[in-house]
Design a protein around this ligand. Structure first.
Ligand SMILES: *Cc1c(COP(=O)(O)O)cnc(C)c1O
Length: 360
């Protein structure tokens, strides 16, 4: 069976070493030494100042919205994982969808301003498949209209733009370390911000607002993560460059093998160092996509329709039509990509896809 992704598991002995430490200290959770170590190592790895490790990428989005005190309408993308929209609604705000750019598959910055009303407080955009949003244009729009900017960076761990971590843009960037993501801690996530006071506020918020055992600084929730999850992160972070390198080679191989088909790919930006978290392809039609999925499934290969349906279709939102998103969401497919995937398997996947073009 070839799934769309397989979580990387470190050699058991390396994880076990961390477990022995946990057993000795008997400190399992609540801002333990491994959580602190992971936060430091991640900041170092990315070259960013502040990072808080949280329970998952969804609580990260919710805490980000809370920390910025957002109310009213939040402009967002209909082409992302459901958590981007559900967090907005969960926090009592209204998502306002702006259609995507057909080349980058990110929110179309040119269409943001016409969606702003007097109730708009923020822009929450996803760097889809790790492809950076138009961060400069979005910042200009936000400054002009006094809006906050949150980036859902769930796909963009390790991505740089103009040699800087992509996480340095916006007021807050959130990330997910779920097992299906490029870098994972089984379950996990976090927030980045260059604003120290925001980081401090979110540090209280992730721990029920506790300011000592008997005092509270403000409203909080349980957004913490454990020593066991931090240990998985510490072992995985060491091999991340190797994982990214392999994924880069596999992606290049896919490119070569699929070059003669009329499949398109999100536009690559020359100022960006990618993380190769996903391998999305856009089919000429949904019919052709479905044929390929069937063909691959028959050989126990399971690509995923990330992201289908688009989020404007959710039963708890209202949206104006977003024709570009609708069209892309129907035709985009993420092909298998993970560390253990072999070049032979990529070959097989590409041969099966090509056979649909040749024989229908
Ligand atoms: C995975 C993902 C999330 C949610 O992260 P969890 O850690 O699973 O809660 C949010 N946004 C995007 C774009 C994602 O891909």
């Amino acid at each position: 069976m070839i799934p769309v992704t397989k979580p990387y598991l470190p050699p058991f002995s390396e994880y076990q070493e961390y477990l022995e430490g946990i057993w000795k200290r008997q400190w399992l959770t609540n801002n333990g030494p491994l959580v602190n170590e992971l936060e430091l190592k991640i900041s170092e790895y990315l070259g960013v100042e502040n990072f808080l490790f949280l329970g998952n990428g969804t609580i990260a989005l919710q805490i980000a919205i809370k920390a910025l005190d957002l109310k009213g309408e939040i402009i967002t993308t209909p082409f992302s994982y459901v958590a981007t929209t559900s967090s907005i609604v969960w926090e009592g705000c209204t998502p306002v969808f702006v259609d995507i750019d057909p080349n980058t598959l990110n929110i179309d910055a040119k269409k943001i301003e016409e969606a702003i009303t007097e109730r708009t407080t923020a822009i929450l955009a996803t760097h889809v498949y790790g492809n950076p949003c138009d961060v400069e244009e979005i910042q200009k729009i936000a400054s002009r209209n006094k809006l906050k900017v949150i980036y859902d960076g769930a796909h963009s761990f390790g991505v740089t733009y103009k040699r800087k971590s992509l996480f340095e843009f916006g007021d807050i960037t959130t990330v997910s370390f779920h097992a299906t993501k490029l870098f994972h801690t089984v379950e996990g996530g976090g927030v980045f911000s260059s604003d120290h006071s925001l980081i401090q506020k979110m540090a209280y918020q992730r721990n029920f607002g506790h300011d000592g055992p008997e005092a509270f600084q403000g409203l909080g929730i349980n957004g913490k993560n454990s020593e066991f999850h931090a240990a998985m992160g510490l072992t995985n972070l060491k091999v991340l460059p190797k994982i990214i390198q392999k994924r880069k080679e596999l992606s290049k191989y896919y490119n070569e093998r699929l070059a003669d088909l009329n499949l398109s790919r999100p536009l690559q930006n020359s100022q960006v160092e990618y993380n190769y978290g996903y391998y999305p392809v856009i089919f000429p039609s949904e019919e052709q996509l479905m044929k390929c999925v069937k063909k691959l499934n028959r050989s126990e290969i399971y690509p995923r329709r990330y992201f289908y349906p688009s989020l404007d279709q959710l039963p708890y939102v209202h949206s104006k039509p977003v024709p570009v998103t609708e069209s892309i969401a129907k035709r985009v497919l993420c092909l298998p990509l993970y560390y253990e995937l072999s070049f032979e398997e990529v070959d097989l996947i590409c041969r099966l896809i090509k056979s649909v073009w040749m024989h229908g």
